[in-house]
Design a protein around this ligand. Structure first.
Ligand code: FES
Length: 113
């Protein structure tokens, strides 16, 4: 039976964040988050969470989350909160969600204006 090298006794995280890192080729019929700089935003969120000492949070790249027109697309569990991240200025608001659970309402992904 393997043992967890980090000493954990159960799987999972307090908050689990997926940031779309999908990239489509030039001329594709839909846009893609990677071309908007999503991987840089994901790395910034990840390092910021670590620097801030927010425990038991996992930030990682995902494949296409299928809301490509509204990206950079991001979803935070367990709340199931969907975000559209525009730029680095939005990262502190997502961090606050990770720290306190308070949803950044202004960043919620909205399909209808
Ligand atoms: S390419 Fe990011 S949601 Fe589809």
């Amino acid at each position: 039976m393997p043992t967890d090298p980090k000493g954990r006794t159960a799987p999972g995280y307090e908050r689990h964040v997926f940031v779309c890192g999908h990239e489509r080729p030039e001329g594709a019929s839909r846009p893609s988050c990677s071309k908007r700089g999503s991987l840089d935003l994901m790395r910034l969120l990840k390092t910021s969470a670590k620097t801030a000492g927010i425990p038991n949070v996992r930030v990682q790249k995902s494949g296409c989350l299928d809301f490509c027109e509204f990206g950079t697309t991001c979803v935070v569990y367990p709340e199931g909160t969907w975000y559209s991240i525009s730029n680095e200025d939005d990262i502190p608001k997502i961090l606050e969600h990770l720290r306190t659970g308070t949803v950044a309402e202004e960043l919620r992904l909205k399909l209808n204006k």
